[in-house]
Design a protein around this ligand. Structure first.
Ligand SMILES: [Zn+2]
Length: 166
């Protein structure tokens, strides 16, 4: 009996999933672009231009006809492009307006002095001079106080002059 209940539950859950969850998983159909009809017109003009060029090349058109039709198509293309830009400017006025302040762009970056802190901490009890050098060049973990050689890893003795690093 419990098996039947379990089966019914599984079926019910599956049905619920199918009926209510799945439609939400499916991404909504592409929102109709405000420039979609213009894009289609532009594509059509380009296609006409291609056809025109082909027909002209195979000798179906006279020079005058070719020039006339090409000019007309280019004019239409210019109109479509201008309309597209108009629609885009109207649909996104915030981004196209000059001087509109964008929030978050002028936030001051608060840099923490963690690099200098860790540099002096890793050096431990070093002379003030070498600590100063280390903070000036934080990528070197160890600097010889005698010859000034820099080392990426902390050393007990200098690899250049052989003297004690501390
Ligand atoms: Zn040295």
């Amino acid at each position: 009996m419990s098996l039947v209940v379990a089966l019914v539950a599984v079926v019910a859950v599956t049905l619920l999933f199918t009926l209510f969850v799945r439609p939400q998983d499916i991404p909504p159909p592409d929102p109709v672009s405000p420039t979609r009809h213009l894009d289609e017109r532009k594509a059509a003009v380009y296609e006409n231009l291609r056809d025109l060029q082909f027909e002209y090349r195979v000798g179906k058109l006279s020079d005058a006809d070719y020039a006339k039709t090409k000019l007309a198509l280019q004019k239409e293309l210019a109109v479509v492009v201008a309309e597209t830009e108009k629609v885009l400017a109207a649909s996104a006025p915030a981004s196209s307006q000059p001087g509109s302040s964008q929030p978050g762009s002028a936030k001051p970056a608060s840099a923490k002095p963690a690099a200098a802190k860790s540099a002096s901490a890793s050096l431990g009890s070093t002379k003030p001079v070498s600590a100063k050098l280390a903070s000036a060049a934080p990528k070197a973990a160890s600097i010889c106080p005698h010859c000034g050689a820099e080392f990426a890893t902390p050393l007990k003795f200098c690899g250049e002059c052989g003297k004690e690093m501390s």
